[in-house]
Design a protein around this ligand. Structure first.
Ligand SMILES: NC(=O)C1=CN([C@@H]2O[C@H](COP(=O)(O)OP(=O)(O)OC[C@H]3O[C@@H](n4cnc5c(N)ncnc54)[C@H](OP(=O)(O)O)[C@@H]3O)[C@@H](O)[C@H]2O)[C@H](O)CC1
Length: 660
């Protein structure tokens, strides 16, 4: 394991892994979605309060999407309101399930205003200091294909007949496309990811010129051969220098994982094979098919590899952003070009890549957010392009994934939002590698070791009780600008006790009740006879009307200084309660009997350690201390009580009391 403060050593999740972990958490591990969402939203809110202090960034707009990412935003908005931020929410596509309606009711009752997209000014910078981007998380995808299910167009969208899957082979990342052959059989095409990436780039550029491209019909042969030819066609057209990508199982550079999905062949695979058999029934069934996806994984069996169908995931939700669709009509329309034109008109997204590799098959890609989120994202982008000209513009905090970014590839094209803070949940998604803002944190704190082990997650440990941990180095700190957001109840005169000692007791009890670590720790300041001060932390051992008591080694600097100059001061600092108490006064030694009594109340090891460590002297070597310790341990191993004098012959231990 590398240095986990270094972003390169931390684990990043693919979209698929993130979805799987989500399922495990909410399946076998028994979490509920609202539980996880509460933890996620609370992490986001506490982080914002930590980094963007209330005094300087009081106005927050949380923009929420329709999924769980939006739910995280709603939860964060509630906590931010309680922390004192003036919070507004924009939630244009409300999800009508009880979890979300409950969250909305909670916010409305506070009350937190809900603003529509039209209520928001085009320029958000005048109204807000913080913009929380909770539009889309790891399930963001382009799915132009879904819109193809327009029955009146007689376009069948088949998802059952293909399986497009990113598969990691030894040689690299591939997309596996399982394709229906002309006799109903199925065959696989292996497409190196670089081809897909390259296609996106090339065709993306064309789209800019033409506002929606329609790729000319591919050659009439079927399968990977036509795909290969079509790729070659585009390579030549746009850049003759680009090498031809090798394609297909026949090429020695490619590995075929197995011929798993041929229903007539040797390797039938459970539900996928059944599905295929059902589909053999006749073409008419094509149109009535609901959209269903299949999740598979590759595995070795008896020296052969095969694909195993894990689960039907439905509606392409968790699929790769490229999908393969049959675009033939009921009557297997030959007018492929005409069909694609119709489809393109049906698709609202501009950024669609439509790539045919057969007359009835195409690869689609779209990563454009649908309205009104496209517009909202553009407002955030525009804000940042104006950024340089402004003194101060709102900071953008993205939850889990910057909205509009490809979950794995990041801000393709560099025209997306550039958040100032990214709060990754569970573990950073692959796109987080491209995050360049000043603050990247991991939040949520809900990943149990079983998941960390299964996915070999290397993540920085959460410090103490914190809900978040920084990934990477913090930006250089300007100490002058360090300020903390103090959130504590108001302190009124009528709440103050007449006797300061009573007030101290009250606050001390509060500190104990709040579970502070060592609430009795206090800074003790002494000075020598010339007035030269010194300061150290000690533990309060008692307090009553007579004063504050602590113990001291008689030979220590503090004891020495107090013997010269019996004036001292104490400071208690209870950080999380935003309270401190100062005490000044004269110090007296408590009687030898009391000192002795206290000394013996300490564990025997502490007694011996106190004797061995001769304060204000130079320790010749560590082993000398060890040696002395062992000798004393042996000498007094009978368990009897010895007076300090008997043990050491020195007057060693004292209790001191400061009377305020
Ligand atoms: N285990 C965890 O890490 C937890 C993370 N949480 C948060 O949950 C999200 C993932 O939530 P999920 O509901 O799966 O999905 P999203 O919120 O990312 O988005 C799904 C919705 O977005 C719509 N969508 C997707 N793409 C587009 C698009 N191009 N244009 C418009 N809308 C889009 C999608 O609609 P569809 O109709 O297309 O399905 C969904 O409505 C994770 O990132 C964390 O933030 C949990 O809170 C706790 C556990």
């Amino acid at each position: 394991m590398g240095d986990l403060q270094n972003p390169d050593s931390v684990s990043y999740l693919s979209k698929r892994e993130a979805a799987e972990i989500d399922e495990i958490l909410m399946g076998p591990l028994g979490f509920s979605v609202d539980q996880l969402m509460e933890l996620a939203g609370l992490s986001v809110a506490t982080l914002i309060a930590e980094v963007y202090i209330l005094n300087e960034y009081p106005r927050v707009l949380t923009i929420c999407g329709p999924g769980n990412n939006g739910g995280d935003g709603l939860v964060a908005a509630r906590h931010l309101h309680h922390f004192g931020y003036k919070t507004s929410v924009c939630y244009p596509k409300r999800t009508p399930n009880i979890l979300y309606t409950g969250l909305v009711t909670q916010l409305e009752s506070l009350p937190i205003p809900f603003l529509s997209v039209d209520d928001l000014h085009l320029d958000l910078s005048n109204d807000f200091d913080i913009l929380v981007d909770a539009m889309f998380g790891f399930s963001f995808h382009g799915k132009g294909c879904i819109r193809m299910g327009l029955k009146q167009r007689k376009i069948a969208v088949e998802s059952k007949l293909f399986d497009l899957q990113k598969i990691i082979l030894k040689e690299g990342v591939y997309l596996k496309v399982t394709e229906k052959g002309w006799k109903g059989g199925l065959s696989n095409i292996w497409v190196p990811e670089e081809v897909i990436v390259w296609l996106k780039k090339v065709l993306g550029a064309c789209l800019e010129e033409k506002q929606g491209i329609i790729i000319p019909k591919g050659p009439r042969s079927s399968g990977w051969r036509s795909f290969h030819k079509a790729v070659a066609f585009f390579i030549q057209k746009s850049n003759p220098e680009v090498r031809r990508f090798p394609l297909g199982p026949q090429n020695q550079n490619h590995v075929r994982v197995g011929s798993c999905v041929n229903p007539g062949g040797k390797w039938r695979v459970g539900s996928l094979a059944n599905r295929i058999s059902q589909r053999q029934g006749g073409r008419d069934s094509l149109q009535t098919e609901s959209m269903v996806g299949l999740r598979c994984h590759a595995e070795k069996l008896g020296g052969e590899s095969r694909i195993v169908v894990d689960r039907d995931v439905g509606n392409f939700n968790r699929w790769s952003e490229a999908v393969v669709c049959s675009i033939g009509g009921l009557d297997q329309a030959d007018d492929w070009e005409g069909e694609t034109k119709i489809i393109s008109q049906c698709l609202e997204e501009k950024n669609i890549i439509l790539f045919p590799f057969d007359e009835h098959w195409a690869i689609f890609h779209s990563s454009t957010p649908r309205p009104p989120f496209d517009e909202l994202i553009q407002r955030l982008v525009r804000l940042q392009s104006l950024d340089q000209k402004r003194q101060k513009s709102p900071v953008i905090v993205s939850v889990d994934v910057p909205s509009g970014w490809h979950v794995e590839e990041g801000d393709n094209g560099g025209e997306g939002i550039k958040p100032d803070m990214l709060v990754s949940l569970t573990a950073p998604k692959l796109c987080a590698k491209k995050f360049c803002g000043p603050h990247h944190f991991l939040g949520g704190r809900f990943v149990p070791p079983s998941i960390a082990d299964k996915y070999k997650l290397y993540l920085p440990p959460y410090p103490g009780t914190s809900m978040f941990v920084r990934i990477g180095k913090p930006p250089p700190t300007d100490i002058a600008t360090l300020r903390k957001n103090f959130i504590s109840p108001e302190f009124h005169e009528e709440d103050v006790e007449a006797d300061p000692m009573d007030q101290f007791h009250k606050w001390f009890d509060d500190a104990v009740a709040a579970g502070l670590r060592e609430p009795n720790a206090m800074a003790l300041s002494t000075a020598n006879m010339d007035g030269k001060p010194s300061l150290r932390m000690v533990l309060l051992k008692g307090v009553n009307k007579e004063g504050f008591v602590w113990c001291s080694n008689y030979e220590s600097r503090k004891a020495f200084e107090i013997s010269e100059n019996p004036r001292a001061s104490l400071l208690f600092y209870w950080d999380s309660l935003s309270r401190q108490v100062r005490v000044e006064g004269a110090v007296q030694k408590v009687s030898d009997e009391e000192s002795e009594e206290y000394f013996h109340s300490r564990p025997r090891e502490s007694q011996i350690s106190a004797i061995v460590s001769k304060q204000r002297t130079i320790v010749p070597r560590r082993h000398v201390l060890h040696q002395e310790y062992k000798e004393l341990e042996a000498k007094f191993s009978d368990g009897l009580q010895y007076s300090l004098k008997e043990i050491d012959g020195r007057h060693l231990w004292t209790i001191e009391r400061l009377a305020p």
